[in-house]
Design a binder for this molecule. Structure first.
Ligand SMILES: *Cc1c(COP(=O)(O)O)cnc(C)c1O
Length: 459
C-alpha cells in the first residue's frame, strides 16, 4: 500500500465500529489465576463476589472462555457520542525525530473525562442500572476514573460516591468540581467516614493516601449500603474486556491500510488501557498467527512489573478485598509523594501479569523527569498536551523511533495516547520550574511491602 495514502487521522465510520468486545482470556493457554478468598484461600465464586460487584460484571470477571462478548446497544449508542477515537499517524513527530519509523497513536483523550476510562465506566454503570441498583462507589487516583464514572452515572441516573486519593484531591481541586458537576459526591481518602479510613489514619497520621486505601473505603461503603455496589476502573478482567474496544478499533483502522505493527507500546498502571490496546494483537500472537513486540511502560517510582513479585496479594491497603495473583509491590506500598504522574497502583492486571510471566510481553520502567521531557517534546510537535500517564508510552515510543534512526529500519510503532494533561498542570509546573525530581525506591524500601504479602494458596 502506498504510504502517501495513509491520512493523518484514520477514523472509522459508525458501521465499521466493533460490535463485540474481545476477551483475550479465551485464547490464553495458561489462564489468569482466579481471585481467592483471603481467609480460606479458595477461589471466589459468583456468590462470594455478589455483595461487592454487579452480577453481570461478576459473570464477565469469571468468564475465561467466551471470546466475543456483544456490546449492548445502549452502550454502543453512548460510545458513538465520543468514539471511534482517532488513530493518528504522527507524521510531525516522525519528521521532527528524522526517523524512518512510522509512528501511530490511538488517542483516547477526546472526551470530557480526558481518558480511556469512559469505555469501561459506561459499561459498568449500565450493568449496575440494569440490575436496579441505586448507585455505585469507587476510588479515584488522578481523577480520570472518577470523572468518567460520574459522567456515566449522570447519563444513566445513578448515584456515584467517589473516594479520591488525598494528594490528588488537594493537587487537583478542579477535578473534584468536574465530578460534582456530573452529580457525584467526592471524599478525600483516607477519610473519617469509614472504619477502614479511621484505622489507616490512626496508623499513618498525615498520610497522603493511596489507591489501595481509597479502594478499601469505597468497598466498605458499597457493602454497608443497600442498593450499592463497588466498581473499579482498572486491574480487573472485566475492565480489560471493555477496554478491548481500543485495540479492536486500532486493528480495524490499521487493517484498512494494510499496516502491520512491529511494536505496540502502552503505559501500565493497573493495565487496562494496555490490556485493551493489545488484546486483539495478543490474541493473534497467542494463536500463533502473528508476532508483535509488546512493551508495557511503568514509572520507576512504582515498578510492579519490573521489580515486583508475581504472587497473590490484596488489591487494597485495608486488606478487605479478595486476593489477586499479579505482579505486585505489596498492598502496603505507597509511592513517594514526589511521584506526580499517576500509575501509582501497587499491583497489575492478573491477565497482563500472566502474559508477562509467560513471556508474551516486555516491560520497562522510566523516570518521571524523562517522561515529562517526552511529554513536552510531544506537545510541541503533535500539539496535544498529554497526560503524564500517557507520556510514559510516548517516552518509549520516541526511544524506539530513535533506535530505528540508527538502524535505518522503517518499523511500525503503535502506542496508546490514553489522555490529556489539563488537570496535571501542577506537575507540569514543577517540571517547567526545574523542580521535578525522580525517586527510585531502593531494594530495602521495596522489601518492606514485599515482606508483607499474605499467605499464598497452594499451587
Ligand atoms: C488511569 C489512566 C492510566 C492508567 O491506567 P491503566 O489501567 O493502566 O490503563 C493511563 N492513562 C490515563 C490517561 C489514565 O487516566
Amino acid at each position: 500500500m502506498n504510504e502517501q495514502k495513509i491520512p493523518y487521522k484514520i477514523y472509522l465510520s459508525e458501521e465499521e465500529m466493533p460490535r463485540n468486545w474481545y476477551n483475550v482470556r479465551a485464547d490464553m493457554k495458561v489462564k489468569p489465576a482466579p481471585l481467592v478468598n483471603p481467609g480460606t484461600l479458595q477461589p471466589m465464586t459468583a456468590a462470594d463476589l455478589a455483595p461487592v460487584f454487579c452480577d453481570e460484571l461478576i459473570a464477565q470477571e469469571l468468564d475465561n472462555d467466551t471470546r466475543e462478548v456483544p456490546i449492548p446497544e445502549e452502550i454502543l449508542g453512548f460510545y458513538k457520542m465520543y468514539r471511534p477515537s482517532p488513530l493518528v499517524r504522527a507524521y510531525c513527530l516522525e519528521e521532527k525525530l528524522q526517523t524512518p519509523a512510522h509512528i501511530y497513536y490511538k488517542f483516547e483523550g477526546n472526551n470530557t473525562s480526558g481518558s480511556h476510562k469512559l469505555n469501561s465506566a459506561i459499561a459498568q454503570a449500565y450493568y449496575a442500572k440494569k440490575q436496579g441498583l441505586k448507585g455505585v462507589t469507587t476510588e479515584t487516583g488522578a481523577g480520570q476514573w472518577g470523572t468518567a464514572l460520574s459522567m456515566a452515572c449522570a447519563y444513566l441516573g445513578l448515584d456515584c460516591k467517589v473516594y479520591m486519593v488525598k494528594v490528588s484531591y488537594e493537587q487537583k481541586p478542579f477535578r473534584r468540581e468536574v465530578m460534582r458537576t456530573y452529580g457525584a459526591s467526592v471524599t478525600p481518602s483516607p477519610s473519617m467516614e469509614t472504619a477502614v479510613g479511621r484505622k489507616i489514619l490512626a496508623e499513618h497520621p498525615g498520610t497522603t493516601g493511596s489507591l489501595g486505601c481509597a479502594i478499601s473505603e469505597a468497598v466498605e461503603v458499597a457493602t454497608s449500603n443497600p442498593g450499592y455496589r463497588y466498581v473499579l476502573g482498572s486491574v480487573l478482567n472485566q475492565v480489560l474486556l471493555h477496554q478491548s474496544v481500543i485495540g479492536l478499533e486500532t486493528k480495524i483502522a490499521l487493517d484498512k491500510y494494510g499496516v502491520i505493527p512491529d511494536i505496540i507500546i502502552g503505559c501500565a498502571g493497573g493495565g487496562s488501557n494496555l490490556g485493551g490496546l493489545i488484546s486483539p494483537f495478543m490474541g493473534e500472537k497467542l494463536r500463533g498467527e502473528r508476532d508483535y513486540r509488546i512493551i508495557a511502560v511503568e514509572p520507576a517510582s512504582c515498578p510492579s512489573f519490573t521489580r515486583g513479585k508475581f504472587a497473590y496479594d490484596f488489591c487494597d491497603t485495608g486488606m478487605i478485598c479478595p486476593l489477586a495473583k499479579m505482579y505486585t509491590l505489596g498492598a502496603g506500598f505507597i509511592p513517594s509523594p514526589n511521584h506526580a504522574g499517576g500509575l501509582r497502583f501497587h499491583g497489575m492486571s492478573p491477565v497482563l501479569s500472566q502474559l508477562y510471566h509467560d513471556g508474551y510481553m516486555e516491560a520497562v520502567a522510566v523516570e518521571q523527569t524523562a517522561v515529562f521531557e517526552a511529554a513536552e517534546f510531544f506537545a510541541r510537535t503533535e500539539g496535544i498536551l498529554p497526560a503524564p500517564e500517557s507520556s510514559h508510552a510516548i517516552k518509549v515510543a520516541i526511544d524506539e523511533a530513535k533506535k530505528c534512526k540508527e538502524t535505518g529500519e522503517a518499523k511500525n510503532i503503535v502506542f496508546g495516547l490514553t489522555g490529556t494533561g489539563y488537570f496535571d498542570l501542577v506537575a507540569y509546573e514543577q517540571f517547567n520550574n526545574g523542580a521535578m525530581t525522580d525517586h527510585i525506591p531502593t531494594d530495602e524500601e521495596l522489601a518492606v511491602g514485599l515482606a508483607a504479602l499474605p499467605p499464598q494458596p497452594k499451587a
